[in-house]
Design a protein around this ligand. Sequence first.
Ligand code: HEC
Length: 136
Amino acid sequence: MSITSNAFKRCRHLAVGCALALIGATPSAAEATEDVARGAELAGQHCTRCHVVGDLNPTGGIESTPSFSGIKYLADWERRFGEFYILPPHPALVRIADVTADRDVSQPAFVHEIHLTLEDVDAILAFVRTLPTPDR
Ligand code: HEC
């Protein structure tokens, strides 16, 4: 086998690897739409209890809790939505599968807990991206 053909093989191998990496990293349009729909459903189910979330509950939420659109005024809102479960008051009620510790059973639950996965957090973020971003 010549050096050239080996190099070609390696090159082709890399190209396939790159193509696969790209396919893996770029969700299809259908997957992205699914994520947004799932995120809207999850936010409607869990976050509207306290937050006003776009058109889902314009007159709902709790007055002392910022609306999702209000949070989008902050320059780093994407980071905040990506890690909201470690930002107060959420650690008291949000459990993320394989990430946050379960509540100690000897401690009574004072509020209804929210159980999510990291994929759910991504879906909620995908949905929040679709909410109008206020002008600064
Ligand atoms: C029990 C009420 C409650 C629920 C349920 C709740 N939140 Fe919150 N959230 C709050 C309050 C109160 C604040 C404001 C905290 C502050 O001012 O420091 C907040 C703030 C936030 C912030 C901004 C965090 C920061 O520190 O700037 C994000 C992002 C957020 N919530 C996302 C969510 C998402 C996503 C859900 C649903 C999965 C959710 N919240 C459910 C009460 C709640």
